[in-house]
Design a protein around this ligand. Structure first.
Ligand code: HEM
Length: 418
């Protein structure tokens, strides 16, 4: 049994000043591998090179990412959204699909530029979130869902349903439970209604929405409408967890580095991709978790632990991604060669650093996300001269323990058409 971190709890169960700092302090006290007993849950956290490598090698049947995600997300998302899904977020990134999402992003950028106009001030993360909603709903919801009042109503509903609240605002989940997830259930019902209305328009069978609709063709109307609505809702919620925030940080970091911004504006897409990877690396707040389903022998380097069912094995990206002694706490896109982190001198394992994960569960949306970020960054910095109005570099939401950081404060940027 590794040491138990006495008095340490996670933000779902106890009030914490900063979720990442709490685990950093526990690591400084107890070493690279320790146990946290929080609420009714037991976590084995590991940060050693061997421990992290063992973590990424865990077989899903024995230690499940799917179950760990479900247990975290159900704090926010109503149980029924997980039941009986026929099209899952992991199946969205076949080659032809990505091309169609990028066409929708191009259109969403046209609309964004029209909304922004010639000049003004806007919040970076509000801008990227609205763009993400528009691109996503055009890609996997029904005809008309990315336009006009239907779009505005869906944005309101998805902002209420947002599953990322489970890890961005873990401290808010007790109130969500106390309400019986009333706001979330009513948002989900509204999404089913709005997506259901779009079924009246002609649907392209080859599109992702066409495939979602086709998968429910054998069901009576009420079941079919709900199944389609829940499929779309779960896919959109998955896309909301990281992409828009990642684009926000990438824009902020570019604005902070005018020489590189100029190169991206001039069309250096390789640089834009590396900037995106580097901004994500530094903005990562992800807890990576696997719920043990059957006994696991888990090697952390200086010990081998037998971990029993019910426990969760975990690591936390901000604690391994940013080692100050290696200079890894500073933004530098030259650390990346294409999609690989190459500044590995002094790092005990290359798996200690990541933006999109390692191994079998690494993000299936990585190529799409990097293409989308490159396209959006290039378009925004070439259309506008941007001036950051933040006084100091934005801070992540302190309680956040998962996903790409959200900014704790508003993050205004002023823009003038170039
Ligand atoms: C910049 C944007 C994104 C980042 C930084 C990101 C990051 C990650 C990371 C780190 C993992 C691995 C988690 C683990 O091993 O526990 C992951 C997995 C996953 N991501 Fe992403 N992601 C992004 C965008 C997206 C989008 C847009 C979608 C879907 C619409 C998506 C869907 C998924 C899915 C389904 C998995 C699970 C894969 C599996 O379990 O095998 N991601 N992502």
């Amino acid at each position: 049994m590794p040491p138990v971190a006495v008095g340490v709890g996670l933000p779902w169960d106890v009030e914490v000043d900063d979720a990442v700092a709490v685990l950093a302090r526990a690591r400084a006290t107890y070493g690279d591998t320790f146990v946290v007993e929080s609420g009714r849950d037991r976590y084995l956290f590991t940060f050693s090179a061997t421990g992290v490598e063992s973590f990424y090698a865990l077989p899903e049947e024995q230690a499940s990412k799917g179950v760990a995600d479900y247990l975290m997300l159900r704090r926010k998302l109503p149980e029924e959204i997980f039941d009986g899904r026929r099209t899952l977020p992991g199946t969205l990134f076949r080659k032809g699909d990505v091309a169609s999402y990028l066409v929708n992003l191009e259109r969403a950028l046209d609309t964004t530029v029209a909304e922004l106009g010639e000049s003004g001030t806007t919040d970076v993360f509000a801008l990227t979130r609205r763009l993400g909603h528009r691109m996503g709903l055009a890609s996997w919801a029904g005809p008309g869902c990315a336009d006009g009042q239907v779009f505005e109503d869906l944005v309101v509903a998805f902002d209420a349903l947002d599953g990322a609240d489970a890890f961005v605002h873990p401290d808010g989940m007790r109130a969500v439970a106390a309400s019986g997830q009333a706001a979330e259930r009513s948002a989900l019902a509204r999404i089913v209604e709005l997506v259901g209305d779009s079924l009246q328009a002609p649907i392209d069978e080859q599109s992702l929405f066409g495939r979602i609709v086709g998968a429910w063709a054998d069901q009576p109307d009420v079941v079919r409408r709900q199944g389609i609505g829940y499929d779309v809702a779960l896919i959109h919620v998955a896309s909301m967890s990281n992409l828009a925030s990642a684009l926000g940080w990438a824009l902020i970091d570019l604005v902070e580095h005018p020489d590189l911004l100029a190169a991206v504006r001039d069309g250096d897409t390789d640089l834009a991709g590396r900037c995106s990877l580097e901004s994500i690396r530094l903005a990562q707040r992800s807890i990576m978790a696997r719920t043990v389903l059957s006994p696991v022998t888990f090697d952390v380097g200086d010990a081998v632990h037998e971990v029993g069912p019910g426990a969760t094995i975990a690591t936390l990206l901000p604690l391994t991604n940013q080692t100050p002694a290696l200079g890894h706490d500073i933004w530098d896109p030259d650390r990346w060669n294409r999609h690989r982190f190459v500044d590995t001198a002094g790092l005990a394992s290359p798996q200690l650093v990541t933006s999109f994960g390692h191994g079998r569960h690494s993000c299936p949306a990585q190529p799409f996300s990097l293409s989308a970020m490159t396209m959006a960054m290039t378009r925004l910095v070439s259309t506008y001269d941007l001036t950051g109005q933040w006084r100091t570099y934005p801070r992540p939401v302190p309680a956040q323990i998962g996903g790409v950081a959200r900014s704790a404060e508003p993050c205004p940027v002023s823009y003038v058409r170039a």
